[in-house]
Design a protein around this ligand. Structure first.
Ligand code: PAF
Length: 286
């Protein structure tokens, strides 16, 4: 059954209030649309966890640091609603822009410090403020009990978790595993812009990350593994590799060895598409 598409906050609130009165729990899956199997896995997790599920679709201009990326971002509302139909979600909230940023809107939610000072933070100025601001609004507008995000955007997951905790928003942020193509490429709405050939090339990023993660888990120093990975990516036709880092999974501090829970996080350009990905790295005793 196709879920109702709600474009105004008052309509959303009427429904959530009725669900609350009936003692039902609410999950939200925030998205920017162009839904793929990764998003649908979040919807499944949300359905399993709560009585009611709201999927939000809003291409948030404040989190794009690049006007061209915003203009080219896929907008596929009709297809998105069709993809959601088999899941029986309770509402698709596609807010009109003024429901998120009314005239005179002047507030920003900024998560500062070690989790935003690195990687995506410096490479995408203003991005995390845009994410934290819109996600804070979506949490408050939906009054959900749980929110589901992909681990593909690992730093984003940390930012929204910190933001909800810092602002006492009573919501549990749940991170779900990255869903990959058979080639290993992490699913992303931006993949829609990759040609057949570029899709094959893009899979080299994950393969290179796995090789480096295996080396790290065998005790090889990160500096050598990173240099080798950068060479492999250049040879495969990648442009700039913005970062290819081994970091503590909790503090995001750079590591030479995975001597605590660690992740490998990378961002690299393939033609005019920027790919990001991350994987867990097995811990070594030192
Ligand atoms: O991950 C995304 O799609 C977006 O950053 C989010 C969380 C929906 C906020 O606009």
């Amino acid at each position: 059954m196709t879920a109702p598409i709600l474009r105004r906050l008052d309509g959303l609130r009427t429904r959530t209030a009725a669900w609350r009165r009936a003692g039902e729990t609410i999950a939200v899956v925030p998205t920017m649309g162009a839904l793929h199997a990764g998003h649908l896995s979040l919807v499944e997790a949300a359905k399993a966890a709560c009585d009611r599920v709201i999927v939000t679709i809003f291409v948030n201009p404040k989190q794009f640091n690049n006007a061209e990326d915003l203009a080219n971002y896929p907008r596929t509302e009709h297809e998105d609603a069709a993809k959601l139909a088999p899941y029986g979600v309770d509402a698709i909230y596609v807010p009109d822009p003024d429901q998120i940023y009314p005239d005179g809107f002047a507030s920003t939610v900024a998560v500062t410090g070690s989790i935003t000072d690195v990687m995506e933070g410096p490479f995408r100025p203003g991005h995390f403020e845009g994410v934290a601001t819109v996600v804070a609004k979506l949490f408050l507008q939906t009054s959900a009990d749980k929110a589901f995000f992909g681990q593909k955007d690992y730093q984003q997951l940390m930012v929204v978790t910190r933001m909800a905790r810092d602002l006492d928003i009573p919501i549990e942020v749940v991170g779900c595993p990255t869903v990959r193509e058979a080639s290993g490429l992490a699913m992303s709405s931006r993949n829609l812009r990759l040609s057949e050939a570029a899709l094959t090339q893009a899979a080299v990023l994950y393969a290179t990350m796995q090789t480096a993660a295996t080396g790290a888990a065998q005790g090889e120093p990160w500096s050598a593994l990173e240099a080798e990975a950068r060479r492999a990516l250049a040879a495969a036709g990648f442009g700039e590799v913005e970062y290819f880092d081994l970091r503590c999974a909790e503090s995001l501090k750079a590591l030479d060895y995975p001597d605590r829970p660690a992740r490998l996080l990378a961002a690299a350009w393939l033609g005019d598409i920027r790919l990001i990905d991350n994987i867990e790295v097995a811990q070594v005793q030192r």
